[in-house]
Unconditional design. Structure first.
Length: 483
């Protein structure tokens, strides 16, 4: 070295020369990272990554086992009964193990399992293969409602990461959304798109509305989450419109407002209590407007007012044209959707109508429609009705009860009125189920059901023949020692 300042510190200079390339490389990386951080595309990419990492642990894979017709070697599909396995998705809605999915996902199930993904969603593809795919736990059906296609599951787990519900009233066409689920069994998948319509009504004869998006979903995505950029649950992915069988950009999700309406009731009762005002509505068409000489040829008209109903008492009439509900415009059926039909008993609705050329306002009480199972609650005896080994409270069917249960296939057995809150039994029974047989032997009374269970030793296989929503099915499990 010829530099005088370095001559006495040769070792320090050599060290500096050795480290210089590394320091320069690190400086270049930091400069590039800083540049990337200020680049809008990289900012967007980082935001999506962070959102996916936050939401993914809340979306589970639902594995269902049941029995149904299968194709035999001779091609007879309706005469051979075999095991069927299917996969759907679900959303953790409560940290204590409550999961929302579609009712059609668990229809016909005798066993339901849930795969809860691992918390870490590492950036490295290699490490994501090493960290595993989560843990699989048994789930029981707490309740379901086929009309709105929502079911509630319960797993014995705590401190799960739950998704918050979004405010449906703030959803707008064009909002960016991400769809999470297990399309074709591919667990922990995510796609992105925009809201195509906030309140789409695929069936004109049904008041149900859906969030339509072009985020890619496929079979297996049912029950998964549609979330906004805040990581809030916009809806439960439910079905697609397709001619090819695959995604064509027409995906539909049950809105968060309906989930918010149904979840607490499914948790408390196992079914949904619906409110009723006593009116029926339909869309106004140009032909209908011309025939009835209506002042407008669009909107929503009251087609029926039930005598003696709250709407009748308030003064509403057939041919009244609805203009608003609770101060919001009601100029089409989708706009009415959740605001008119997803109401609880005791609430009041303010309806604005056009009657001829006169604009009127009515305050209408919502009354709760009794559910078939609710009518049986008065018959429960706290001691005689409990079947502890199944974790249920049941009522045996007599001729009077049989006539009150609509669509009953077999007029004998034990109706599940409620699950026993203090018993942790995995029998996959929900309120409204009817137990007709145990291990092939008919069930006639609650006492007979208890006696049949008492004769079985712990860990014995149990197969219940039950009726659920008009369909017969088997529920198989092993008997726990609950004594």
């Amino acid at each position: 070295m010829t530099n005088g300042k370095c001559a006495g510190l040769t070792w320090l200079c050599l060290a500096w020369l050795a480290l210089a390339p590394s320091i320069a490389a690190q400086t270049a990386v930091k400069t590039a990272a800083s540049k990337n951080d200020s680049d809008p595309l990289h900012q967007f990419n980082s935001s999506v990554r962070a959102l996916v990492k936050r939401v993914s642990p809340s979306v589970v894979q639902v594995m269902v086992t049941g029995y149904g017709p299968i194709e035999s070697s001779r091609g007879a599909t309706s005469l051979v009964l075999g095991r069927q396995d299917s996969i759907g998705s679900g959303v953790i809605i409560d940290p204590d193990g409550y999961i929302v999915t579609n009712a059609h996902v668990i229809r016909g199930a005798h066993r339901v399992q849930v795969n809860i993904p691992a918390e870490d969603n590492d950036e490295s593809p290699d490490q994501s293969l090493v960290t595993g795919r989560g843990r699989t736990v048994e789930a029981r059906v707490v309740g379901s409602d086929s009309d709105i296609d929502i079911a509630l599951l319960k797993v014995e787990a705590k401190n799960l990461r739950a998704l918050p519900l979004s405010d449906y009233n703030k959803l707008r066409q064009g909002d960016v959304v991400l769809a999470f689920g297990s399309p074709e069994g591919m667990q922990d998948s995510v796609t992105m798109g925009v809201v195509s319509a906030t309140a789409r009504q695929p069936d004109p004869d049904s008041p149900m509305v859906f969030v339509q998006s072009d985020a890619s979903i496929n079979p297996g995505s049912s029950g998964g989450a549609l979330v906004n950029v805040d990581g809030e649950l916009v809806g439960i992915n439910t079905f697609i419109l397709t001619e090819s069988g695959g995604n064509e950009g027409l995906g539909f999700a049950i809105p968060s407002a309906i989930v918010a309406f149904a979840y607490p009731q499914l948790r408390a009762y196992g079914h949904v209590h619906r409110g009723e005002t006593g009116i029926a509505v339909q869309a106004i068409t140009p032909g209908l407007a011309a025939g009835l000489k209506l002042p407008i040829n669009w909107g929503v008209i009251i087609s029926d007012v039930v005598p003696g109903s709250p709407a009748d008492g308030a003064g509403l009439k057939v041919q009244d044209i609805l203009t608003s509900i609770d101060g919001r415009p009601a100029d089409n059926l989708p706009a009415l959707g959740t605001r008119l039909f997803m109401r609880r008993g005791g609430e009041r609705i303010k309806l604005g109508v056009l009657r001829g050329s006169e604009r009127l306002s009515f305050d209408v009480l919502v009354v709760e429609l009794p559910h078939d199972v609710d009518r049986l609650a008065a018959l429960i005896d706290p001691v005689k009705s409990l079947v502890s080994k199944l974790g249920i409270v049941g009522v045996e069917i007599d001729p009077k009860i049989a006539t009150s249960l609509s669509g009953l296939r077999i007029t004998s057995g034990v109706v599940v009125v409620a699950n026993a809150a203090d018993l942790n039994i995995h029998a996959s029974l929900a309120p409204g189920d009817v137990i007709h047989a145990i291990n092939g032997a008919p069930v006639e009374t609650v006492e007979g059901l208890r006696s049949a269970l008492d004769r079985l030793s712990p860990d014995s296989p149990v197969v219940l023949q039950i009726e659920r929503e008009g369909k017969l099915m088997f529920v198989a499990f092993k008997l726990d020692d609950t004594d």
